[in-house]
Design a protein around this ligand. Structure first.
Ligand code: XMP
Length: 512
């Protein structure tokens, strides 16, 4: 497969993945590799350009990540960002020192070389995002300063002949007014990229190479109903049709009708063998009497894998095992190296007695937004492609206390009503995640002339960029009123509704 590639050489910056994503937004493939990658390997890969990332260190400390300066002379254009810019200066014999006044946040820079390719289409004065305590006090010989800020004499520099560019600021973050333009200029004006990383081609290329790799063998894929495994299933089905078997374990803790929806969607849309293992009753009996949240999670997890691997063992007949691993699952900050794999639910450890000819990860090079774009192009329904996160243990972590069939039913109904009302109110797109919780509390109420003593339902809705922190969503009162009315009227055994107004931290998104 030959397409243009940019190397994001990772020096430990927090934005390394963002840089790669922004490059790919420009339709150019970018891959992240550790600064420990040998130069020969980099030369052999035929990159169109290289980006040095930021990083938390000082280039003049010996223990900081460095790279041989020969990389600047292999004829491939380089863009250094923040620490990467300082590194370029330092490698070339320039001077890097600690700032008298470090810069953090939105800073105005002035472009002093208007014909710089990097500044094409950028205003003479513009706002960029800075975050540094060292600065380039003297650029290397042959370099020209192209912009400065009030406190930073070299906000960017370049050596046009050697195609070396450096910016002290972060073009990859949206706070940089012309951030996208700087990256675009580097890719298209400096590196001469054409932009051949498009999802239609990706599908074609991947389907072709999957066919080649799989031949006439079989493939087994664990389907969770989540975005990644669904898109992986779509691709594999397109490549090898009925040679693919998807195993879907329905542990009875999914949302209302979700198991049926997943089964119906995949059997209708794609040519494949679909195996659904219904084991709700088995899970409930295993969970009997368990109230401790961790114990519940562990029981659900271990039971799930037991059932899952038992089924895979039955299906394993040589051939390949496929999983929905995506690019961020394979890289680790500061290492950027596929060899150091994080433990992640997308990459599960297979029992030793199950053997396959190999493992296939068709989405292993994609970021989440690219996976979604592929999913849409494959015709997977919006509800699946844009599905909000759903925890592995399912409703099990949304039922406080012991899990019973009756409680699952009440929660499934309440959750369905809540989601329906959010959808009807037109605010679904403004929320990152929303769901109902059954706190296992009964309270006194009145219905008609009768006293009731029934379930309390809590509703949770959050907004967040990354789920590490989250805000509770400010749902308008009239919508909350409708939700409350519908829950108490339409769901049996619910007589009270509360809205969870806790942010994360101190709360977590899920209740258990
Ligand atoms: P918390 O509750 O930790 O949740 O604030 C953050 C995000 O992670 C999801 N979540 C899980 N996802 N397996 C998963 O795949 C899990 O065990 C799990 N627990 C929480 C949660 O829904 C939220 O989006």
């Amino acid at each position: 497969m030959s397409f243009e590639k940019i190397l994001v050489l990772d020096f430990g910056g927090q934005y390394n993945q963002l840089i790669a994503r922004r490059v790919r937004d420009e339709s150019v493939y970018a891959e992240i590799k550790s600064y420990e990658t040998p130069l020969d390997e980099i030369k052999a890969a035929g990159y169109k350009g290289i980006i040095f990332t930021g990083g938390p260190n000082s280039v003049y400390d010996e223990s900081s990540p460095h790279y041989t300066k020969d990389i600047l002379d292999i004829g491939v254009p380089v863009l250094g960002i923040c620490y990467g810019a300082q590194l370029m200066a330092w490698m070339g014999g320039g001077k890097v020192e600690s700032c008298v006044k470090s810069e953090y946040g939105k800073i105005e820079i002035e472009n002093t070389k208007r014909d710089s390719l990097l500044f094409k289409g950028v205003d003479e004065k513009s706002i960029v995002w800075m975050s540094h305590t060292d600065f380039i006090s003297a650029p290397p010989e042959g370099f020209e300063i192209t912009s400065h800020s009030a406190d930073c004499p070299c906000a960017s520099m370049e050596n046009v002949g050697r195609k070396l560019y450096a910016v002290q600021f972060h073009p990859e973050v949206t706070h940089s007014q012309f951030g996208k333009q700087f990256l675009h200029n580097f890719l298209f004006e400096v590196c001469g990229c054409k932009g051949d990383w498009v999802m239609d081609d990706f599908i074609e290329r991947t389907v072709e190479s999957l066919r080649e790799q799989i031949g006439d063998k079989k493939v087994v894929l664990g389907l969770s109903g989540g975005v990644d495994s669904s898109v992986a299933a779509g691709l594999l089905s397109r490549a090898v049709g009925r040679q693919l078997t998807c195993v879907f374990v329905d542990q009875g803790l999914m949302r209302k009708n979700e198991g049926d929806f997943v089964e119906e969607t995949f059997t209708r849309l794609f040519d494949m063998n679909f195996v659904r293992v219904n084991c709700g009753a088995q899970f409930i009996s295993k969970l009997k009497g368990i109230t401790d949240p961790e114990q519940k999670r562990k029981t659900i997890g271990s039971e799930f894998y037991k059932v899952f691997w038992d089924e895979i063992r039955k299906q394993a007949d040589g051939g390949f095992f496929a999983q929905g691993t995506i690019y961020p699952d394979r890289i680790e900050s500061g290492k950027g190296d596929a060899a150091t794999i994080k433990t992640h639910h997308n990459q599960v450890k297979m029992p030793e007695d199950i053997t396959f000819d190999g493992v296939i990860e068709p989405l292993g090079d994609l970021f989440k937004d690219e996976v979604r774009r592929v999913g849409e192009k494959l015709g997977i329904p919006k509800e699946l492609v844009w599905r909000q996160p759903f925890p592995g243990p399912g409703l099990g972590v949304r039922i406080i206390g012991e899990i019973t069939e009756e409680k699952i039913k009440v929660l499934q109904e309440a959750d369905a009503v809540f989601r329906d009302e959010i959808k009807k109110s037109g605010i679904e797109d403004q929320l990152s995640q929303f769901f109902a919780v059954l706190p296992d509390v009964q309270t006194v109420g009145v219905m008609g002339d009768h006293r009731t003593y029934d379930h309390l339902i809590a509703i949770r809705a959050v907004t967040t960029d990354d789920f590490m922190t989250a805000d509770w969503a400010k749902i308008p009162y009239d919508i909350l009123a409708r939700i409350s009315n519908r829950l108490t009227n339409e769901v049996d055994h619910v007589n009270r509704v509360v809205y969870d107004i806790t942010s994360k931290p101190p709360g977590t998104v899920e209740w258990e």
